[in-house]
Design a protein around this ligand. Sequence first.
Ligand code: SF4
Length: 71
Amino acid sequence: MIYGKEKHLVVDYSKCDGHGICAEMCPEWVHLDQFGFPVLRAGSIPKEVIRHAEKAVLECPKLAIKLIALS
Ligand code: SF4
C-alpha cells in the first residue's frame, strides 16, 4: 500500500495479455476495449476505490498493472 500521495493506475501494455481481470477487480476505474485490453480512467484513484485498485494489481497474472504514487 502507498500512503500519503496521489495514486494512479498504470498499465504496461507490453506485458498485458488482455485477460481482463483488472476490470473485474476494479470496475470503477478500468473497463475493457473491444479487444479486451484495459482502458483506465484519468486522474488519481479516489480513496473509496483504492482497495479495488490494489486488488487489480494483485490479481493481474502478467504483473502488467501497477499503482504508482505521484507527489
Ligand atoms: S489483468 Fe493484467 S494482463 Fe489482464 S487485462 Fe488487466 S493488466 Fe492486462
